[in-house]
Design a binder for this molecule. Structure first.
Ligand SMILES: C[S@@+](CC[C@H](N)C(=O)[O-])C[C@H]1O[C@@H](n2cnc3c(N)ncnc32)[C@H](O)[C@@H]1O
Length: 307
C-alpha cells in the first residue's frame, strides 16, 4: 500500500496548483462524459455524482464514507443533498485543505478504518484510492490478491447487507507490458518518444508506491466473497477526456496560480530533482497509457450480499 510519503510526493506537492486550477474542492478522478464532450469538466463530474447517487440510492440522511476523498469534491456534493458524509484521506495537503474548507474529513490511512471507531455506513465510495492499495514491492512479493481481499473484507465490515459500494479505479489494460520488461528508474525522461515499458517506469515514478489491479477482474473477483456487481462500465475514454481538460486547466491563467508559479521558479531553476518532477508531468504519460490501452479504467457499483 502506498504510504503517506508516497502520496504526499504526488498529491501534496500538487496541492496548490490543483486547487488554483480545478477549484478548492476540485475532483481528481475520472469524470463521466459518456461520449458527450460538449459538457464542461464540472458538468461531467456532476454527472458522475448523479450516477453514484442513483446507483447507491443515496438520499437525505444516508451515511456515506468516501475513502481517499482527495480535496473533498464528492462529499461536498453530497452535503448539498443532505447526506451525512465522512471523508478519509492520507495525503496531508489534501486533508488540510478539506478541513480548512469545513468538510468532515479525517487525516488517516484508510486501512485503519473500522466499524468500531466509525460505526457502520449505508454507502461506501472510493474513487481513485484503490489505485494505491498495492505497492510495486508488494506485487513483487505476490501479495496483490491478498491485499484486495483484505480491502473488500474491510469495506464489507463497514456496511449492512444490501449496502452499496461504488468503486472506480484505473486498472492495467489489455496492452499492459510484462513486469520484468519495465526499466524501473532508468528511463531518460528528457527524450521525446517512449515505449510502453518506459511509460510504465514514468508512471511508477509519478505515483510512487502504487501498482494497479489487472483488468476489471482484478478488482471484481476479490470482492465476490461479500458483494455482487450491480453495474460495471469502462471509463477509459472518459479518463482521456478528463486528463485533457485538467491539462488545459493547469495552464489557464489566473492571478493566484501565476503568483504561485513565480514563487516556485527559483526552486525550478536550482533543483534538478524538481525539474525532473515537472518534466515527468509534461511527458503526459497518464494520457499516453490510456490511449495505448496499457491502462483501462472501471466504475463498479457493488452490493453487499454476505457478511
Ligand atoms: C486519484 S485521488 C482521488 C481523490 C478523490 N477521490 C476524487 O475523486 O477527487 C486518490 C486519493 O486517494 C487517497 N489515498 C490513497 N491511499 C490512501 C489511504 N491508504 N488512505 C487514505 N487515503 C488514501 C489520496 O490521498 C488521494 O486523495
Amino acid at each position: 500500500m502506498a504510504i503517506q510519503e508516497d502520496l504526499d510526493a504526488h498529491y501534496t506537492v500538487m496541492d496548490k496548483i490543483f486547487r488554483f486550477s480545478v477549484g478548492e474542492k476540485g475532483a481528481y478522478s475520472c469524470a463521466r462524459f459518456d461520449g458527450d464532450y460538449s459538457l464542461s469538466l464540472e458538468e461531467a463530474q456532476d454527472r458522475k455524482y448523479q450516477f453514484i447517487v442513483d446507483g447507491c440510492q443515496i438520499k437525505k440522511g444516508t451515511k456515506v464514507l468516501d475513502i481517499g476523498c482527495g480535496w473533498g469534491a464528492f462529499i461536498n456534493d453530497l452535503n448539498q443533498r443532505g447526506a451525512e458524509t465522512t471523508g478519509v484521506v492520507l495525503a496531508k495537503g489534501q486533508a488540510d485543505a478539506c478541513i480548512k474548507n469545513g468538510l468532515n474529513v479525517r487525516h488517516m490511512d484508510s486501512k485503519d478504518i473500522t466499524s468500531a471507531t466509525f460505526g457502520k455506513f449505508d454507502v461506501v465510495t472510493a474513487m481513485g484510492s484503490p489505485e494505491h492499495l498495492c505497492s510495486v514491492d508488494e506485487f513483487r512479493q505476490g501479495k496483490q490478491d491478498e491485499i484486495y481481499k483484505t480491502y473488500f473484507n474491510q469495506v464489507s465490515e463497514l456496511l449492512p447487507i444490501g449496502g452499496r459500494f461504488y468503486c472506480q479505479t484505473m486498472v492495467f489494460g489489455p496492452k499492459m507490458v510484462k513486469f520484468e520488461d519495465i526499466p524501473f528508474d532508468k528511463t531518460d525522461i528528457w527524450k521525446d518518444e517512449f515505449t510502453d515499458e518506459e511509460l510504465m517506469d514514468i508512471m511508477c515514478r509519478i505515483f510512487p508506491g502504487s501498482w494497479l489491479p489487472y483488468g476489471k477482474e482484478g478488482i471484481i473477483d476479490p470482492a465476490l466473497d461479500h458483494f455482487k456487481v450491480i453495474s460495471v462500465d469502462s471509463g477509459r475514454l472518459d479518463y482521456i477526456e478528463t486528463i485533457k481538460r485538467w491539462s488545459k486547466a493547469f495552464v489557464k491563467p489566473n492571478l493566484r496560480k501565476y503568483l504561485y508559479y513565480a514563487a516556485i521558479t527559483p526552486r525550478y531553476l536550482l533543483s534538478p530533482s524538481f525539474r525532473a518532477f515537472i518534466r515527468r508531468w509534461k511527458v503526459e504519460a497518464t494520457l499516453a497509457v490510456f490511449e495505448r490501452l496499457v491502462f483501462e479504467h472501471y466504475r463498479v457499483v457493488f452490493e453487499k450480499v454476505k457478511d
